[in-house]
Structures are given as structure tokens and as C-alpha cells.
Ligand binder design. Structure first.
Ligand code: MRU
Length: 351
């Protein structure tokens, strides 16, 4: 993968004065784009998962702040307070993925550093930079991830949820090394847990991998432990929504079960995530807020009327179950090179 190579997908882009998103609710049936022209439209798109995946949410929110400033300026109002209010609204959309807050913090820092003159250009540059950084990060994660893939043909990989191009600026995290391996001619067999209740694995991971020509087999979430126990997986790679300082990692509900089954089967379990997913303020998994979503997402029309559902969107895998964290600066183990933790990220130039 080279720096100039186009990403497989363009889920979050600024086009013609609006935030253009791939509407992930409509996949795999239709590759349709959603245009957001207001802060509320961006907030709603994040809440209802039209845009989803930790890095993609962070980039979308950054452009949402820009939209807030632009809307105010067009109405002859002060864009500065409007941008700050946009950040407040967007911060309340989803609680777990720390990239959302990291993206908003970057925009707020740009606001602090900016003046009313040229503010819109300044915010636009910062949001564009976030997207560019994400694309570069995806390519670096791909390269570092290649180094941990076990030998063997075909390489059999299990993943959960969608940590692919759709969930980021376009390259993905957990799927980025798989795209790179595929491009280098390696034969792959990817198992995608369907990921109840919103089917990110069956709908999104299966769609983007098969679109890229990578063979993918979908299984019900409950079948992953049997697949692992039967020795049919060489490596597990998942994404993350927030990694605590000690390495405890929040990711889509069901990830913890996969990690436990992988440990039992002796299969290496890796997390792939940009450093923006690491939260220096979370000492461990207990301090990561877990989103609970609507009961209706679980009950659908299957359960009898009157029963309740519990619908946590994420779980936390203890650091001890994770072999390594594939990041843009290499495959890490705690302590991570994060601001405020006494270590600094090592430079890692990409061609
Ligand atoms: O609820 P979602 O679909 O936003 O959850 C997404 C995940 O759990 C992903 O695995 C995670 O955000 C990593 S995306 C590179």
C-alpha cells in the first residue's frame, strides 16, 4: 500500500459545502450517500448509525463543527459560539467511541487558536487534516498488521463487527492488514461474525470484503467459539472504540466472548486501532462508558410483546486476553506511547 493509493471506500467526505456520508443503514442493498448540511443532521446520522465506527464518527463530528460555524456565518451570526454549541450537541450523540471526543477536542483547540477572521477556512483545514491523518493511519496499521499475520495459506482470520474502510476514513483498522495481504497476493479466508443486533458483520464487513474480492464467510455470533475450538482460525483481529491505559479494550458487544474463546483455543487475538482510540484518561476498562441502545433493536418482531431487552452496544475485553494492539506506530503493549503517560509516539514514516 503506497501513500498515493486510493482508499477502498469514501464513507466520510466533505463535498460541495456539505458532509457526504455513505449511508451505512442501506448497505448491503444499496451504496447510497447521505448529505448533511446541518449540525443536527450530522448528530442524527451518528446516533442512528448512518455513519458508524469509531474513527469515522470522529471525522464526521469534526465536519459537523465546521457546519455549525458555516450555518451561523451564512445567517450573519458569530460562527465561534455556534461552532462550540455544535461540539456540545455532537458530544452527546454516542458515549463509547473516544475518537468522537478526540475529534471534537481537535476542533475546539482550532477554535481556541483561531480568530473570527478566517475561522471557517481554519476549521475546514483542521477537519481535512483529521481525515488525512486517518487515511495515513489506516495505511500504517496495514503495514504493521502484516507483520503479525501468521504464516499459512489460506490465512484464516476471524473478525467481529466492522472495523473496515466503512468504519474509518476509508482504509479501516482490523481489515486494513487484510486488504494489504490480499493486494500482495496472499490467499485469505475471512470469517465475519454477523454481529447482532445491527448486523455490522453480515451487512458491512461481508459487503466490503467481497467487493474487494476477499472470500468471506458469515457466521452467527454464537458459532465463533466452535469455529475457534475446531482449529479453523489462525488469528483474530478486531477494532476498538476505546482502549484504556492498561489495555482493557471496548469494542462491539460480543468481542469479549470471542477473546475468551480465542484464549481457550490458543489462537492469537489482536486489536487494531489508531492512537486516537486510546484514552489516556481511562485507567482501565471499568472507566469506559458503555452505550446502551434501544430495546427495540434487540426485540424486533421476534420476542413476545411485553418482554424487556438489555442492549449494551459494547463490551470490554481485559488486556490480558489481547496479544497486541496494532497501531500506526507499531504493534504495542501497555504502557502505550500516549500524551501524559510519560512516553511519546515514535515517528514512523510511510513512503
Ligand atoms: O456501533 P458501531 O457500529 O459504531 O460499533 C463499531 C465497532 O465496534 C468497531 O469495531 C469499532 O468502532 C472500530 S472501527 C475501526
Amino acid at each position: 500500500v503506497t501513500a498515493g493509493e486510493a482508499a477502498p471506500l469514501d464513507p466520510v467526505r466533505w463535498r460541495d459545502g456539505a458532509l457526504r456520508l455513505i449511508d451505512q443503514r442501506r448497505l448491503p442493498g444499496e451504496l447510497a450517500y447521505l448529505e448533511c448540511r446541518t449540525v443536527d443532521a450530522v448528530a442524527e446520522a451518528i446516533r442512528n448509525l448512518a455513519v458508524r465506527g469509531a474513527p469515522a464518527i470522529g471525522v464526521a463530528a469534526a465536519y459537523g463543527v465546521l457546519l455549525g460555524a458555516e450555518t451561523a456565518a451564512r445567517a450573519g451570526k458569530d460562527p465561534m459560539p455556534a461552532a462550540r454549541e455544535a461540539a456540545r450537541v455532537l458530544a452527546a450523540t454516542r458515549p463509547t467511541a473516544v475518537n468522537l471526543f478526540a475529534g471534537l477536542a481537535r476542533m475546539e483547540a482550532a477554535l481556541d487558536a483561531g480568530s473570527a477572521r478566517g475561522l471557517l477556512d481554519h476549521l475546514r483545514r483542521e477537519a481535512d487534516r483529521l481525515l488525512e491523518e486517518d487515511l495515513l493511519t489506516g495505511r500504517r496499521i496495514a503495514e504493521h498488521g502484516l507483520g503479525v499475520l501468521p504464516a499459512g495459506e489460506p490465512l484464516r482470520v476471524l473478525t467481529h463487527c466492522n472495523a473496515g474502510g466503512l468504519a474509518t476514513g476509508g482504509w479501516g483498522t482490523a481489515l486494513a492488514p487484510l486488504y494489504a495481504a490480499h493486494r500482495s497476493g496472499r490467499r485469505l479466508e475471512v470469517f465475519a461474525n454477523e454481529t447482532r443486533p445491527l448486523w455490522q458483520g453480515a451487512r458491512l464487513t461481508a459487503w466490503e470484503l467481497s467487493r474487494a474480492g476477499i472470500p468471506v464467510t458469515v457466521l452467527v455470533d454464537g458459532a465463533a467459539s466452535l469455529l475457534l475450538a475446531r482449529g479453523r482460525v489462525d488469528v483474530v483481529i478486531v477494532g476498538a472504540d476505546r482502549v484504556a491505559r492498561n489495555g482493557d479494550t471496548a469494542n462491539k458487544i460480543g468481542t469479549l466472548g470471542v477473546a475468551l474463546a480465542a484464549r481457550h483455543a490458543g489462537v492469537p487475538f489482536y486489536v487494531a486501532a489508531p492512537l486516537s482510540t486510546f484514552d489516556p484518561r481511562a485507567p482501565d476498562g471499568a472507566s469506559i462508558p458503555i452505550e446502551e441502545r434501544a430495546e427495540a433493536e434487540v426485540l424486533g418482531s421476534q420476542a413476545p410483546p411485553g418482554v424487556r431487552a438489555w442492549n449494551p452496544a459494547f463490551d470490554v475485553t481485559p488486556a490480558g486476553l489481547i496479544r497486541g494492539w496494532i497501531t500506526e506506530v507499531g504493534v504495542l503493549r501497555p504502557p502505550f506511547p500516549l500524551p501524559g503517560t510519560g512516553t511519546t509516539p515514535a515517528p514512523d514514516p510511510v513512503d
